[in-house]
Design a binder for this molecule. Structure first.
Ligand code: ING
Length: 312
């Protein structure tokens, strides 16, 4: 049996004033917990090195640069890679990437158990808006700070398993899972920073947003017969609350483990990768059941076009 003991390393809020060193100390503590628990792989959240800075509008290059990593690992993050390698733990972590030629992405990497990066994903579905919006109770400026990812939805081999990654809003889009499902993905690792309030609809409850988060990852897991590890940075950041509720979802779409707090908390589950086989060979045997001749709109069309030709 191909078993991976997976640690979902949920984080509580990271305050704007928190230094990289302070955050790295939290990641190292979660890694120590993971070693104690016998983890083979640990998944950290989206943007796990900084506060969720897209809630703040800035045009000051110096301030913006503060949030981005030109190197991964860099001097401040190397201790995380070294500690994981010493423990024989593969890690996946999310960060704001600044490329050598000046491009900015919301990125997640994955290492093997020796600390080598074996997978990289750049967030494709950027939610929110690109310009400061005074109508909103708070900003969500990912389209201002990041470019859409340019790597597609890669699937790679790690720990004798086909793995892929998503980031936050991606988990709401079935196409993202299916792109990996069609590559045979068996484990999808993703992190999220999800505000518990809707900046445009005050009546939307935190419970409904948690429900949508769970629904999305459970559907993605079941409909592609894959494990999904979905890890929050939750709790309060400078007065802004985000949902926690990190979960590990099995290939039947069942939540097998969920965090209990909104703080730094390691969630551990022994995941049998062979449990993905039955679904892939029966109800979701894509080769046997899919009828791609009827799916043209999904890649030909971006928005809604009604049968009478009217849009939106
Ligand atoms: N955050 C949120 C997410 O997709 C959001 C933004 C929340 C969009 C709820 C739509 C509905 O979970 C990030 N970082 O994508």
């Amino acid at each position: 049996m191909r078993q991976i003991v997976i640690g979902a390393a949920q984080m509580g809020g990271i305050q704007k004033a928190e230094t990289r060193a302070q955050v790295v100390a939290r990641l190292l503590a979660l890694l120590d917990d993971a070693a104690q628990a016998g983890c083979d792989l640990v998944v950290f959240p989206e943007l796990c090195l900084t506060t969720f800075f897209p809630r703040w509008y800035s045009e000051d290059p110096a301030e913006i640069e503060r949030w981005f990593e030109p190197d991964m690992p860099g001097p401040e993050t190397r201790p995380v890679f070294e500690s994981a390698a010493e423990k024989g733990i593969a890690i996946s972590l999310g960060y704001a990437e600044l490329t050598p030629d000046g491009h900015r992405f919301n990125t997640q990497i994955m290492t093997d158990q020796s600390g080598q990066i074996v997978g990289k994903y750049r967030k494709i579905h950027l939610p929110g808006h690109g310009a400061f919006d005074p109508e909103r109770s708070f900003q969500h400026l990912e389209k201002h700070y990041f470019e859409p990812g340019d790597l597609g939805f890669p699937v790679f081999r790690n720990l004798d398993t086909w793995m892929g990654m998503l980031i936050c809003n991606d988990r709401r889009w079935p196409e993202a899972y299916r792109e990996m499902g069609l590559q045979g993905v068996e484990l999808v690792c993703l992190g999220y920073n999800t505000p518990s309030a809707n900046s445009q609809n005050a009546s939307e409850s935190a419970d409904l947003r948690q429900f949508h988060s769970d629904l999305s990852v459970q559907a993605g897991a079941y409909q592609n017969s894959t494990w999904v590890v979905s890890v929050a940075k939750g709790g309060v950041e400078d007065g802004h609350h985000m949902i926690a509720g990190s979960v590990i979802v099995d290939p039947n779409g069942q939540i097998v483990a969920r965090t209990k707090t909104e703080a730094d908390e390691l969630l551990v589950h022994a995941c049998d990768m062979d449990a993905t086989r039955f679904g892939k060979e029966s109800v979701f045997d894509f080769k046997r059941h899919r009828r791609i001749e009827h799916y043209g709109r999904i890649t030909r069309q971006t928005g809604v076009i009604h049968p009478d030709g009217s849009e939106g």
